[in-house]
Design a protein around this ligand. Sequence first.
Ligand code: SF4
Length: 381
Amino acid sequence: MVWQRLALYTGSMSQLTVPLGITFSDIAAKVTNGSRIGSAEARWLWINASDSELCSLAAEVRGRFHASTACTYMVMRIINYTNVCVAQCDYCAFYKLPSQDGGYVLSHEEVFVKLDELLALGGDLAAFNGGFNPHLPLSYYCDLFASIRARYGDSLEFYALTIAEFVYLADHAKLSYTAAAARLKDAGVRWITGGGSEILTEEFRARHSKFKYTVAQYFEAQRAIVDAGLKTTATMVIGFDESFEERLEHLERTRQFQDETNGLASFLCWTFKPYFTQIGGIEITAAEYLRHLALCRIYLDNVPRIRTSVLTQNQQALIGLNYGADDFDLPIEDEVTQKAGATISLDFDRILNYARELGYSPEYRHVSLGNPPWPTGSKLG
Ligand code: SF4
């Protein structure tokens, strides 16, 4: 089977055994009835289902939330405000240790220039993502975010930090996650997103980024963010050396968190870029990414917005709309992934036309106008 050959790219995938006593029609009946699939069924789908079978189930779950041809997009910029970091993740090509040459911290003025460029290109969402810089106190972040809110008001929105940075920042300031979230909220922050999660298993964290956070810390922090009334999202990165079971554990933890909090506005999965990283390796195929995307849509039946990654898959990410996604970014910058091999195109018309060729009607999603908006014809109001 074609898929089993593709699965060999990720070593441990070839160890998977086919769950017995399960058929595609059993799973399809469950999904059509609005029931949830479990890990054995997800495993069965991953090994046995054809692409068209995965697409049909993903479309079924997508159809609970959105009209079949609807999709949304944003023009956005990731602002890497500092590359100084003490976490030393072995999959990162971006960071500099505090003692190394080449470290930087952006000034407010440099951030404003980037935001002005974003607005000029028609975008209105910035996402801040930087390293764990021990020289930056909480006041640096509060001053920066308050100055952005004061200068731009609601003309743009910003994702203030990833949860990974938030955990470091709170710990570094010796504050509880609740207190740190309150301080950031007072500074005008509305979003702290689920970036920096990669694969949420303790084994993965120990193998690749033991100084970053534990999975328990990650979810404790995200719960505090939700409880503070801030908005958040979930993310995932595949294509390291993670096993299929680790991918499933990540999805299960995400689904469980959403069951408990209903705090996740969206889920975005992208692929690891290995170039110039310590662990290196080869990129997984687009085919593997798309199949995984479909599985995410089917498994995460409680997350209405599933996003596909133009940043790491370029135009072909839009094929992900056929695999259950309903939303995508058009990024204009992200130093972290660009340093590891990602390429960015500013030819938005070409990318959007491709979505139209695939039969979709992309609509701009203004995060600055609040959350949703959902696309036309959405069943979410
Ligand atoms: S991935 Fe983030 S936390 Fe890890 S080393 Fe790179 S900048 Fe630091």
